[in-house]
Design a protein around this ligand. Structure first.
Ligand code: PLP
Length: 393
């Protein structure tokens, strides 16, 4: 095995979900708060377009970078939603946002080049940067309600810094970065000649007064050094279709397309047709799913805020609550010491059949991620079990 392969940490989110599924198969009454995906079905418009595409015989290779119909849908979407005009040769469609991020790191990083990212952070960023021989520089935001500060970013920049990775709305914290913070990040990036990789895959899922800001709507002059990452997984409940897209300067998009050409070729033809239909014709579905998430968020926050030992920072977007369980670490549950967040989640799953993801998977030990992508009944029952678990510590 290569050093690269040996260094790779398994995806802890997938691990917990797998363990919860296994217990469910064994007939245990598992309630999972581990999911990283909406529990809704994909929009009917997408499903119908996929069936039609199969029947028409759209079952062959497509252009590596995506079919023109999907790129046009993305182009129109970005123009209408953010006032940003990207031509088809500035758009790359991939098999999810995940491989596109990898392709970006592969194109931007030489060995030892540094990328700043803000923890808690989504599991795959650090692993992908390391796989591309880069160095992830992780800045902890947990003391500041999960927002990085200007000073923190400025201090971390070295001659090897190549880019800043921004994820808003954030997985796992649900933080939605205000325009003023994005302006500061953009300013630092411009002063230091850095790339900004802007992952806005949860942009449709914001609640209450929160508004999602695209960094280029705030600072248009950053466009030549910014890569936008988005996809249909979260907004359209289409995780299994595997379609994401990147928008950026032509030169970078072309190079990333070159990597993709050797990696996956085009993303699935059928999924591309389904995604074009979703982007064009599923606005009502997106809004009704968002509303359902908003109601669940209210329900889960109310329950969590009344529980002992834990602390909650109100998330404004995505579908996660990132719970501070540091006060629980070191306590014992049924004779077993909860030595860290992994032990906490294991005991919770085994004792109450409630699945959540340990914060260390997001570079934030002592926290747990609770996803509210499940029914109101499951949330109510699951939260009452969590409450019982905490009361027993
Ligand atoms: C922050 C973030 N970015 C990107 C992705 C990748 O999404 P996909 O590959 O399904 O498009 C995810 C999925 O969980 C995510 O949470």
């Amino acid at each position: 095995m290569s050093d690269r392969a040996l260094k790779l940490a398994p995806s802890a989110t997938l691990e917990v979900v797998a363990k919860a599924k296994q217990l469910k198969r064994e007939g245990k009454p598992v309630i999972s708060f581990g999911a990283g995906e909406p529990d809704f079905t994909s929009p009917p418009a997408a499903v119908q377009a996929a069936v039609d595409a199969i029947k028409r015989g759209e079952t062959h290779y497509t252009p590596t970078s995506g079919i023109p119909e999907l790129k046009e849908a993305i182009q129109t979407y970005y123009l209408q939603r953010f006032g940003l005009d990207y031509r088809p040769d500035e758009i790359l469609v991939g098999a999810g946002a995940k491989p596109l991020l990898y392709e970006a790191f592969a194109c931007l990083l030489n060995p030892g080049d540094e990328v700043l990212l803000f923890a808690p952070a989504w599991v795959s960023y650090v692993e992908q940067i390391s796989l591309c021989d880069g160095r992830p520089v992780v800045l902890d935001t947990s003391a500041n309600d999960f927002f990085p500060t200007r000073e923190q970013i400025a201090e971390a920049i070295t001659p090897r810094t190549v880019g800043i990775l921004v994820n808003t709305p954030n997985n796992p914290t649900g933080a939605v970065y205000p325009g003023s913070l994005l302006e500061e990040i953009a300013g630092i990036a411009q002063e230091n000649g850095l790339w900004v990789i802007f992952d806005e895959i949860y942009e449709r899922l914001v609640y209450g007064e929160a508004v999602h800001s695209n960094i280029l709507s705030v600072v248009p002059s950053l466009r030549s050094s910014t890569l936008l990452i988005n996809g249909v997984s979260k907004a359209y409940a289409m995780t299994g279709w595997r379609i994401g897209y990147a928008l950026g300067p032509k030169q970078l998009i072309e190079k990333m397309g070159g990597v993709q050409g050797h990696l996956t070729s085009n993303p699935t033809s059928i999924s591309q047709w389904a995604s074009a239909a979703a982007i064009k014709n599923a606005e009502t579905d997106v809004e009704s799913m968002r509303k359902a998430f908003e109601e669940r968020r209210t329900l889960i926050l109310k329950a969590l805020k009344e529980m002992p030992l834990i602390r909650v920072t109100e998330p404004q977007g995505a579908f996660y609550v990132f719970v501070d369980a540091r006060n629980c670490i070191g306590k014992s549950y049924r004779g077993q010491i909860l030595s860290d967040d992994v032990a906490f989640c294991k005991a919770l799953l085994e004792g109450e059949f409630v699945a959540a993801v340990p914060g260390s998977a997001f570079l934030a030990p002592g926290f747990i991620r609770v996803s509210y992508s499940n029914s109101a009944e499951e949330i109510t029952e699951g939260m009452s079990r969590l409450n019982r678990f905490l009361s027993e510590l």
